[in-house]
Design a protein around this ligand. Structure first.
Ligand SMILES: Cc1ncc(COP(=O)(O)O)c(C=O)c1O
Length: 496
């Protein structure tokens, strides 16, 4: 049941929202954080749960003492929150934590699924995949064939379902699984994952969904309408993109996909017995998938976030973000010389709150640096770990410059300036944040020479201010922070 009025309070419960930095023009103002697609900020109430748990901290592999029982219970609760969040049936599915982001579970899934059906050595991955949902399949699961997207560049849309069907027919009996993002980390464009699941299943293929860019922004169920053919076989996501930095990567998987083979990773906690010559892997989920001591605090923090988001209601969060996204798209459209990548009509091509763009005549490295140094607007620039997609989106521009992005040496020709600027929203993003971005872009467009004169580009295309420096260690010095913390202690280094 959505909790009325709670979204306002939760949306402001992010301690890092008030962080201020000094700027090149001498002002000291609040940061406008528009880089949530890279990592979101920490939700205060969820962090508080993890901090409270610290008072009981123990290892989940200990069993009998009070703290061990408390921590094991909290860790199990985190798993339950994950399953509930994606409406996964706890009897049919398991949720397990791995690594520091979704790269680890995606590698695990690639190895596990490849081992189960080695005769099916083709994976179909959409052209918009982040490298994390592409390279693990290339390395562990055979040949990755890319699924084209709808429409022409730069206004590419979602996965082209007709092209996908043709690929499934062409490689009939050889496609092990599909690797598809629920939403792109470059354009925020949403893929119809349940429809894609139905297509995959009709051809005997599984579907692995990378939901890293989706789950913080919109509701997603593993089973959609309840029709089994539309159900997702596995999904993976990163807690640090879901308001819980420091939390592990997560996978939700149909148990039958994992039960028939030995888990990919082995070690403590996933066995019932070990003799000098053999070992017995436990049948218990998720234990068998979580060898070693887990990241308990991170998982519990993530569980708390997922619980909060469900109380607010993901539909409500999604609706609020769509309002902000439309403000952002409409505002960008009024900035002279802006080119937005991916179909920018959200009614035709649904997208989440992530927008990649360029400004005519201004390198993305310069735009991002000026936004930071003069406007305290944090955006990401470059290729966002999605090189094939970014190059496809840039294709018309590259062709106009007589560069073939598909050429073997394309990377050498492109490196210094290729890429885009990306602004991405979280549930804390305000109209003021969007306005700050637009103000910066308009100012850049109105006096490019002023800004250009202040910057020098390095060989990687990053621009550095010629006179203004704000070294990271002056903005935050971990050792100074530690010294302040130690001041609480009267005899800090005395040994008991
Ligand atoms: C769509 C998508 N998939 C995968 C990843 C990789 O996530 P992580 O770095 O947390 O492993 C990212 C990170 O940006 C992403 O945006």
């Amino acid at each position: 049941m959505p909790h009325q009025n709670s979204s306002v309070a939760v949306a402001t419960d992010f301690p890092a929202l008030t962080t201020r930095y000094p700027l090149a023009d001498g002002r000291i103002i609040r940061r406008h954080y528009l880089d949530s697609a890279a990592s979101t900020l920490t939700m205060g109430c969820a962090k508080q749960v993890a901090d409270e748990l610290l008072r009981h901290y123990a290892n989940t592999h200990s069993e009998l003492h009070f703290s061990a029982r408390i921590v094991s219970h909290a860790y199990a609760w985190a798993h339950q929150q994950v399953l509930k969040f994606v409406h996964a049936d706890p009897v049919q599915h398991t949720a397990f934590f791995a690594g520091t982001g979704c790269t680890a579970p995606l590698n695990r899934l690639a190895r596990s699924l490849a081992a189960q059906r080695p005769e099916r050595n083709i994976v179909l991955a959409s052209l918009m995949e982040h490298h994390a949902n592409d390279l693990p399949h290339r390395k562990h699961a055979g040949t990755v064939v890319q699924i084209p997207l709808i429409g022409p560049a730069p206004a590419l849309g979602a996965v082209n379902l007709m092209a996908l069907e043709r690929l499934l027919e062409q490689h009939q009996g050889r496609v092990n699984y599909l690797a598809i993002s629920a939403a792109s980390n470059v354009t925020g464009i949403i893929n119809p994952v349940h429809t894609i699941a139905a297509l995959a299943h009709r051809h005997g293929a599984w579907i692995v969904v990378d939901a890293s860019q989706y789950l913080a922004h919109a509701p997603l169920s593993i089973s959609d309408t309840g029709a089994p053919e539309r159900e997702l076989d596995a999904l993976a996501f990163s807690g640090h993109k879901l308001y819980a930095p420091g939390s592990p990567g997560v996978a939700v998987v149909r148990r039958t996909l994992l039960a028939s083979q030995e888990p990919d990773e082995v070690g403590g906690g996933m066995v019932d017995d070990v003799s000098r010559t053999g070992y017995q892997v436990t049948a218990r989920f998720p234990d068998r998938e979580e060898a070693g001591t887990p990241n308990i605090l991170g998982a519990v923090q993530l569980g708390a976030v997922l619980n909060v988001l469900q109380r607010v209601g993901m539909a409500q969060i999604h609706a609020a973000e769509q309002v902000r996204l439309r403000q952002l798209l409409a505002g960008l459209a009024t900035v002279p010389g802006v080119r937005i990548y991916g179909d920018s009509d959200p009614d035709r091509t649904p997208r989440l709150g992530t927008v990649a763009f360029n400004l005519d005549g201004l390198e993305q490295g310069l735009v991002a640096a000026v936004l930071n140094d003069y406007f305290n607007v944090a955006v990401r620039n470059g290729c966002f770990c999605a090189h094939p997609y970014v190059r496809e989106l840039l294709k018309p521009e590259l062709w106009a410059m007589e560069i073939d992005p598909d050429a073997v040496d394309a990377a050498l020709q492109l490196k210094a300036w290729q890429g885009m600027v990306r602004a991405s929203l979280g549930l804390y993003s305000t109209a003021e944040d969007v306005a700050a971005l637009l103000t910066g872009l308009r100012d850049l467009q109105s006096r490019p020479d002023f800004y250009r004169a202040h910057y020098a580009a390095d060989t990687a295309g990053n621009c550095h201010h010629r006179t203004f420096t704000a070294p990271a260690e002056l903005l935050f010095d971990p050792e100074a922070a530690l010294d302040r913390a130690l001041e609480r202690l009267s005899a800090p280094f005395a040994v008991l």
